[in-house]
Design a protein around this ligand. Sequence first.
Ligand code: HEC
Ligand code: HEC
Ligand code: HEC
Length: 460
Amino acid sequence: MPEANTMTLFTRVSSGLALAVSVSFAAHAAPLNADQAQVARGEYLAHAGDCIACHTAHNGKPFAGGLPIQTPLGKIYSTNITPDTKTGIGTWSYEDFAALMRHGETKSGYAVYPAMPYPSYSRVNDTDMHALYAFFQHGVAPVDQVNRKNDIPWPLSMRWPLKIWRAAFAPAPAPYTDTARDSASITRGAYLVEGLGHCGSCHTPRGVGLQEKALTGNDSSIYLAGGGAIDGWIAPSLRNEHGGGLADWSEAEIVEFLRSGRTPRTASFGAMNDVIVDSTQYMTDQDLASIAKYLKSMPARRTQAKPYVYDSAISRVLYAGEVPPTPGAQIYLDRCAGCHKSNGNGNGKAFPALAGNAVLQTSNPTSAIHIVLSGGAMPATRTAPSRMTMAPYADVLNDQQVADVVSFVQTSWGNTGGKATAADVAKIRKTAQPVSAEGFSMAEPELHHAAPEDQASGGK
Ligand code: HEC
Ligand code: HEC
Ligand code: HEC
């Protein structure tokens, strides 16, 4: 498949279910004194940095580590960052903590694997770093749990090459002082996205040393231009561009997506579910709006890509009950149109639109193949708790049929995505696991054709 980059990088070995661990430091009734306010602020920042996602094992205690993380070198385990004095970071001074967050250097003097996104965290300012430290010392329950050894074979397990990596690829850390932005809100958005949010660790392509090819929007236009596959899901471009970026998204839609995991246009899946559930849903509307403003301020890298324009030709044929000769059309009508509709517009926030969906505008069909094989479940968030699901089709459709229906949705209603081949599907099938959703589940509804009026509103 074109643009294929299915290398697996620093992926959390997860069951596909988003972590939903609540932090011990909860709501406060009485007004906070200065120390408590700093700890509360640190908790907020720990959400923004999504520390819990990597530092909590499945069914494990919050921040006690032990989550396996797959790297191309082997499996490594996240560490205990609770304030336990024997097994956690309870004896770390503020300086020890800041050195780890900015330089990737532990209290005992070795360099950590860059699976810990310290090149991004190095941008956190001193005030916020102090608040984070206060939270991890005073807001988290200590857990006595010894760190696990990494499963990386010698000699790659030697830590000294990581210092060379760091010298080559990690920036000279400096407090974030960027003022050359158009507005305070964009500056705040840049601080969150490039810093604690470490959005680039998935959304920016990586180079030969597995380093992110750019760490900030000022570095180069490859920043957030779309990354490789993570667990077989593609993290698309977050730049203000057509052909798979955020050009068609309003700032309000970006905020809604990061807060709830769904908009009428799209629904979150794959690794982004964890990001929304553990991190962005906790951010204030103001911070989410700043993130949206910053993303929308990033000029297009793919300047050739054309704006999406809804094409109703296929909808009219399908609506008339005819089956166009396009391979995959019959499968779409039988298996998919009940939810996603013959006009491709889906159904509100219950079933995402496929017409104009940014995921279906790039040459790489990996995500679409994967979701058809594995199915999907929207993340459950505070503002949108229902986990609307799509059943897996791995046992129902063969490789050619999946390729046909994926090619159909990638190229119908004006979509400009690339076609899939049976060989692409066979490759992804090897590792695709059905996505399960506890609780809410939805049976395949009766086939329902959209009213013609709906068709006119296509491709919003
Ligand atoms: C994408 C996964 C990931 C995220 C997100 C992450 N970490 Fe880590 N962190 C790791 C891994 C993996 C290690 C261990 C690396 C190693 O052993 O080389 C680590 C190591 C650390 C250590 C060193 C602990 C020790 O005992 O040596 C600290 C402290 C730490 N992280 C703090 C944080 C904080 C604070 C956040 C949130 C702001 C955070 N991490 C977010 C993956 C992550
Ligand atoms: C662990 C990897 C990972 C991290 C970190 C991450 N994302 Fe994502 N993101 C993904 C994947 C995979 C997708 C594709 C699935 C989807 O569209 O829901 C995605 C999709 C998105 C989308 C929808 C794009 C579209 O075209 O449908 C937005 C917006 C987004 N991410 C914003 C962010 C922001 C902002 C951050 C940082 C706060 C971030 N992401 C951090 C993996 C990640
Ligand atoms: C029972 C209703 C239902 C049926 C039938 C269904 N889907 Fe879905 N589809 C969903 C839901 C719900 C999501 C969102 C899942 C998520 O967020 O993980 C989704 C997501 C998707 C996405 C990703 C878009 C996005 O923004 O999340 C694609 C592509 C897709 N479906 C294609 C198909 C195809 C092709 C078929 C038929 C083979 C199909 N779907 C059948 C409900 C359905």
